[in-house]
Write a protein that binds this ligand. Sequence first.
Ligand code: ATP
Length: 627
Amino acid sequence: MADKTVSAESGSTLRTLANLWPYMWPADRADLKVRVAWATLFLVLAKLILVLVPYFFKWATDALVGELQPADYIPAVLVAPVMLVLAYNVVRIVQLGFNQLRDALFARVGQHAVRQLGYRTFVHMHKLSLRFHLERRTGGLSRIIERGVKGIETIVRFTILNTAPTVLEFALTAIIFWVTYGWIYVAIIAATVWLYTWFTVRASDWRIAIRREMNDSDTEANTKAIDSLLNYETVKYFNNEKMEAERFDRSMARYEDAATRTWTSLGWLNFGQGVIFGVGMAAVMAMSAWEVSRGTHTIGDFVFVNAMLMQLSIPLNFIGFIYREIRQAMTDIEQMFDLLDVKEEVTDRDGASALAVSDGKVTFDDVHFSYDANRPILKGISFEVPAGKTVAIVGPSGAGKSTISRLLFRFYDVQQGSIRIDGQDIRDVTQESLRAAIGMVPQDTVLFNDTIAYNVRYGRPSASEDEVAQAADLAQIGTFIAALPDGYRTMVGERGLKLSGGEKQRVAIARTILKAPPVLMLDEATSALDTQTEQEIQAALDLVSRGRTTLVIAHRLSTVISADEIIVLQDGRIAERGRHAELLVAKGLYASMWDRQREATEAEEKLRRARETDEMGVVVRRRISEV
Ligand SMILES: Nc1ncnc2c1ncn2[C@@H]1O[C@H](COP(=O)(O)OP(=O)(O)OP(=O)(O)O)[C@@H](O)[C@H]1O
């Protein structure tokens, strides 16, 4: 069982490395490949020069104790100082230079990989279906991407800039010891390194499991915090700050626990590594000391062995750290690659052509649809919106009205039947061309946290300032914008919260006017507005929909009186259809909805009048008392 887990993990690590490879060695970027080649050369040179340092120490020591016969051209007294200057200064400086060159050359390669993967993930996120985005929580998602991108940087730094040089250094050290002092030294050093690495890997695996738990609770706490802040107003409406804080704190408590265990386990790891290396080093040094006493080693050899081992301990220390970092980064990147592996639910067919709109007739033909297999939402809907006409869909809440607009946009595919525009099944054309042909004024307009101009221009990014202003005027929001101190440069706040519902809706209408699509979809565009605003918006909408095929989804029946056809949806089926007057005569569902809304409007009207009369009464009474 445990073995299976290990092999599955190493399998996924290999898969992650294989996934990363094209970003480190990009096929279409010869310049980056050249950089990698130069960086590798400097990496090797830096290590070659580093292994000279123990030799300089050895020669300096032997010269000091008189065991080294200097060459004719160097006076005896100068040998030790020259060697020490070489060891402490020259080699270090040259090595530092090579390392910096290597890092500088490689920086572009690493950053290019980070950017490419970040870009690919972002594009992929936009391709994924609405279902994915509704089910996935944005806070958690952004954390996964953020950590994944950071993970790539770590992998680039540590595998290429540290692991490779360290392996090279081990190899060089082993060769030197073998040739100079014999296999027994190599055997002890190799055993120490093996034990050290084995222990580090095992302990790190244990720590990574704790680290995963820490990540999960971090993601959970973050998701909760973001969700809570996005629902700021709802929290206040229900006075639930305390409950929200407690919920957040519960996740943070899990994080606290896991984070504490991470640190304790680090202590154990460092301690174990210290013991293993200490024992190995003591054994080798004792052997060298024994050889010095027998005269088979010089004191310089003793210093050499010590210097070599100390030098080796630096990358060894690193190995533990690097392994932990690489595994950690792998975990983070794996999660990001898992996201990249999520298949798109709605895709373009092979060789799909662009939608050719002639006059924009929309047909729903026996459409069946369900979000979850066991709960059908639309059960055989057929209707047609003739070119340039307006059809309204009404019906009780939850009847499936907004679902119709999501299907027309192809956020989901129908399970049976078809949707056609000018005779072309929308599954046979590219999504890009389909969405370019439809304008949408959604139920709930959410704006980008940018200026009003940016949000209006979103309908057609190439629009000029005059065109933006013209669209805003047509949408009846131009005067409002002009009166703002910063005009079109006013920032609208997160999700457009600094604008009222009516203002946001008019911005949405303005951007649709700029888009100028042949087919228009108005999803409950006039909900939650006062009568005056509703009339203004209705006027703007009438203007936009003139001559365009328009599908209106509405609750306020007053807005659909003039529709060419009204479809009454109930329980996923069309219960009635016809023009307003016909439906009233039929005295069915539509007529009863109409009566109920009229009564509600009349009651509202009465209440408003009563308030006005009361206010007038107060004024009259005040006047009388003044007289
Ligand atoms: N993503 C989803 N996953 C599962 N069920 C969903 C999803 N979206 C909507 N539903 C369900 O589908 C049904 C129809 O939803 P839809 O939004 O189309 O209704 P509607 O008629 O527009 O309602 P309203 O007038 O209240 O906006 C509802 O019962 C809703 O709970």
